[in-house]
Ligand binder design. Structure first.
Ligand code: ATP
Ligand code: MG
Length: 651
C-alpha cells in the first residue's frame, strides 16, 4: 500500500463474496435482464431530456403539460418547466382512476395492537377532509406547516393534505425537543403546527402536545396548532390557537379537488438529521421529486400488484417521505405502517408483524439489524418469515457480517438485498442493486440508477483509480435533486457546489471496484489519517464487526504525536464482562483482516455508542471523547444523552 496522495482514501478491506439473484426472482422481476438496465442507463445519460420527458408523461398526471424538460444552470436545476401537477393527485386520484380504489394503501398497526386499513378511496377521502380543514383554518398555497406526529395514518394524511392544497410541509421527527421544534418553526416561519396529544413508546405515553406548547412559546410565526387525539391524555388547549383534529376535520366533505401546482413549487422542506452539524432545511419540489420517488421505488423494490411492502422508517426522515408516502403511494402499493418500537412488547415485534401481514418486501436500517443481532436469533425463530421475497437497507453502510445475518436469518438465503445509498438531498435512491439482475456483494450499494452519473474525485478534482477511494460526486442533474437549503443560498452553494465546479459534492467517500461496483467508505469528515494513510471508518468497523463477539463498532481518529492520528474504536460486545484478553484478540483480528496499519490503538468497550435519532452513529462526538475534549458542536439531534456521559465516565 502506497502513501496516499491528493486526498485519496486507502482501501484495505476485501470482500469477494457474490450473491446472484435467485432465478425464480429474476423470472418475474420488473427489470430482468442486464441489457434492459444498460439500455435505460445509457438513454438517461445520453439523452437526459428525452428520457425524463417520456418518464414524466407516462408516470405523472399533468393538469397542464410542461414545455421544457430540464433547465440546468449549475447549481440550479428546474424540471418540467411550466407544467402543472399535484403530488396528492398522483398518489391518490390517479390510482383510483386506474381502478385501484379498493386496494389497501395503508395497512396500519399501532403500538398497543390497534389496527386500521385505508384503501386508496378511503385515504383520498381522509386527505380531502384534512385539506379542507387546513383551508378553513386559513392555510394557503405556499404556507409552511410543521408536522410533529406519531406514526399514525394521520401523519401521512396530513402530509398529503398539505400537498393537495399547495401548503409546504416540514415534518419534524416526534422525538425532537421543544428547542429543536422552535428552531425549525423559526427557520421555516411555519404558520401552523400539526401534532397529537401524545404518542405511545414502549407502552408509555410521551406528551407531544406539551412539548409543542413549550416550542410555541418561542414560535411567534405559528398561528394555529391542530391536535389529533391519539392517546387520550390530558392536554391544555389554548383558546384561539389550538383546535382538535376531530372538531375541524371530521365534519368536512371528503371531496376536494387537488390544486394544480407548478412543477417547481416547493412540496416540502425537511431538516436533515444533523450527523454533521446544524440541521439544514432541504427543499424539494413537486414534479421532479414525485417522479423520482415513484420510479426509484418501482425499480429498486421491483414492485408487483400483490406485494405487501413495509418500510420501517419514520415519516420524520426522508426515507419515510420517499418510501412510505410519495414513492409507494404514487406506485399504487399496499404499505404496512407501524407506530411503535421494534422491541415492544417484545423483541420479536417486527417478525410478528411480518408473519401477521404476510409482508413481502422489508426495508429497514443497519442500526435496526445490529440491534436484532444483539437481541438474539430466538426472537426471529418464533415466526414464519416465508412471505418475504426482498430485503432492503438504508441510512448507513451495512457491515458485511450484518449483511450476511440479514441474508441468512431474515431472508432465508432466498431474498435479494438492496443496499440503497442516497441522502435527504437526493430525494430518492441513487445507487442500489436492481434485485432481479444485480449480483450483490455484502457492503456494496453496487451501481447507479438510470439518471445518476457518479464520479469519484481526489483533492485536485481528478478521477481516482480502482485501488483507492475519493470524494463521491454526481455529475448531472436528476429530477429528485434538492433545489436549495431553505433561506440559505450561500450554504447551499458552499456545502454542495463550491468544491468542484459543476459537480454535486455528496459529502461521502466512495470507491469503485474493478466490476464497476460502488462502496461507500463513510463521510468525508470521518476519514482517519494514520501516518499519511487515509483510512475509511467503515472498513475498520466492518473488520471489527466480523469478530463473533462484536455487535457494533464505531471508529474515529484521535490526535497522535507520532502518527498524526491514532485509531480509537468504541465497541459493543456480546460478552457481559469484556477484558484485556478480548481487547488484544480484537486488535489481532483487525490486523489479520486488514493489516497492522488499521489496527486500533485504543479499544473501548461501550454499552452503546452515540447515535442520531435516526439511528446513525455520531462519530464527531466520539472524536471529541477519544481526544479527551468536551463534546463540542450541535448535539440537538443526539438520541440519548446518557450514552455520552457513560462513555466519558469509562475513560
Ligand atoms: P446531515 O447531513 O445533517 O449530517 P445525514 O447525512 O445523517 O445528516 P441523511 O440525509 O439522512 O442525513 O443521510 C444521508 C447519509 O447517510 C449519506 O450521505 C451517507 O453518509 C449515509 N448513508 C445512507 N445510506 C447509505 C448506504 N446505503 N451506505 C452507506 N452510507 C449510507
Ligand atoms: Mg448528510
Amino acid at each position: 500500500m502506497s502513501e496516499s496522495s491528493s486526498g485519496q482514501i486507502d482501501h484495505v478491506l476485501d470482500e469477494s463474496r457474490l450473491f446472484p439473484p435467485p432465478a425464480e426472482f429474476t423470472q418475474k422481476a420488473v427489470i430482468r435482464t442486464t441489457e434492459q438496465y444498460d439500455e435505460l442507463y445509457a438513454r438517461a445519460r445520453d439523452d437526459r431530456d428525452g428520457f425524463w420527458r417520456q418518464e414524466a408523461l407516462e408516470h405523472l398526471h399533468w393538469f397542464e403539460p410542461f414545455d421544457e424538460t430540464c433547465k440546468w444552470d449549475s447549481p440550479h436545476a428546474e424540471w418540467f418547466i411550466n407544467g402543472k401537477t399535484n403530488a396528492s393527485y398522483n398518489c391518490l386520484d390517479r390510482n383510483i382512476e386506474l381502478g385501484l380504489g379498493d386496494r389497501p394503501a395503508i395497512i396500519w398497526e399501532g403500538e398497543p395492537g390497534d389496527t386500521r386499513t385505508l384503501t386508496y378511496n378511503e385515504l383520498k377521502t381522509e386527505v380531502c377532509k384534512c385539506a379542507a380543514a387546513l383551508r378553513e383554518l386559513g392555510i394557503q398555497s405556499g404556507d409552511i406547516i410543521s408536522i410533529y406526529m406519531p406514526m399514525t395514518p394521520e401523519l401521512a394524511i396530513a402530509m398529503l393534505a398539505c400537498a393537495r392544497i399547495g401548503a409546504i410541509h416540514s415534518v419534524i421527527f416526534a422525538g425532537f425537543s421543544a428547542e429543536s421544534i422552535a428552531d425549525r418553526n423559526h427557520d421555516a416561519q411555519a404558520k401552523m403546527v400539526i401534532t397529537s396529544d401524545g404518542l405511545y413508546r414502549r407502552g408509555k405515553v410521551l406528551p407531544l402536545k406539551e412539548t409543542v406548547d413549550e416550542a410555541l412559546e418561542k414560535s411567534p410565526s405559528v398561528q394555529t396548532c391542530l391536535v389529533l387525539k391519539r392517546v387520550g391524555n390530558e392536554v391544555a388547549m389554548r383558546e384561539g390557537r389550538d383546535v382538535w383534529w376531530h372538531d375541524v376535520v371530521d365534519k368536512q366533505s371528503g371531496d376536494l379537488p387537488a390544486e394544480p401546482m407548478d412543477s417547481e413549487a416547493t412540496l416540502f422542506i425537511l431538516y436533515t438529521s444533523g450527523s454533521t452539524g446544524k440541521p439544514k432545511g432541504i427543499r424539494h419540489t413537486t414534479a421532479g421529486y414525485n417522479l423520482w420517488a415513484k420510479r426509484t421505488f418501482q425499480w429498486v423494490f421491483d414492485h408487483r400488484d400483490d406485494d405487501i411492502y413495509w418500510c420501517t422508517a419514520d415519516c420524520g426522515w426522508i426515507t419515510g417521505h420517499s418510501y412510505i408516502v410519495y414513492g409507494p403511494l404514487a406506485a399504487g402499493a399496499s404499505c404496512l405502517m407501524y407506530e411503535g418500537a421494534p422491541n415492544y412488547p417484545a423483541e420479536d415485534r417486527f417478525w410478528e408483524l411480518i408473519e401477521k401481514y404476510k409482508v413481502t418486501i422489508l426495508y429497514t436500517a443497519p442500526t435496526a439489524i445490529r440491534a436484532f443481532i444483539k437481541w438474539g436469533d430466538e426472537h426471529v425463530d418464533k415466526h414464519d418469515l416465508s412471505s418475504l421475497r426482498l430485503l432492503g437497507t438504508v441510512g448507513e453502510g451495512i457491515n458485511p457480517e450484518a449483511w450476511m445475518w440479514y441474508h441468512k436469518k431474515i431472508g432465508g438465503e432466498k431474498c435479494p438485498i438492496v443496499d440503497t445509498w442516497w441522502q435527504t438531498e437526493t430525494g430518492g435512491i441513487m445507487m442500489s442493486p436492481l434485485p432481479g439482475i444485480t449480483a450483490t456483494k455484502p457492503g456494496s450499494c453496487t451501481k447507479p440508477l438510470p439518471g445518476v452519473v457518479p464520479v469519484i474525485l481526489d483533492e485536485n478534482g481528478q478521477s481516482v483509480d480502482e485501488e483507492h477511494g475519493g470524494k463521491l460526486c454526481i455529475e448531472q442533474p436528476w429530477p429528485g435533486m434538492l433545489r436549495g437549503i431553505w433561506g440559505d443560498e450561500e450554504r447551499f452553494v458552499s456545502t454542495y457546489w463550491a468544491t468542484f465546479k459543476g459537480e454535486y459534492l455528496t459529502g461521502d467517500n466512495a470507491r469503485r471496484d474493478k466490476d464497476g461496483y460502488y462502496w461507500i467508505m463513510g463521510r468525508i469528515d470521518d476519514v482517519i489519517n494514520v501516518s499519511g494513510h487515509r483510512l475509511s471508518t467503515i472498513e475498520v468497523e466492518s473488520a471489527l464487526v466480523s469478530h463473533p463477539s462484536v455487535a457494533e463498532a464505531a471508529v474515529v481518529g484521535r490526535p497522535d504525536e507520532l502518527k498524526g492520528e491514532a485509531i480509537a474504536a468504541f465497541v459493543t460486545v456480546t460478552d457481559p464482562n469484556p477484558g484485556e484478553e478480548l481487547r488484544q484478540e480484537l486488535r489481532n483480528h483487525v490486523r489479520k483482516q486488514i493489516g497492522a496499519l488499521a489496527q486500533p490503538d485504543d479499544i473501548r468497550f461501550a454499552a452503546s455508542v452515540p447515535k442520531t435519532r435516526s439511528g446513525k452513529i455520531m462519530r464527531r462526538l466520539l472524536r471529541d471523547i477519544a481526544a479527551g475534549r468536551e463534546a463540542a458542536g450541535d448535539t440537538s439531534t443526539l438520541e440519548d444523552f446518557t450514552v455520552l456521559a457513560q462513555l466519558r465516565e469509562e475513560e
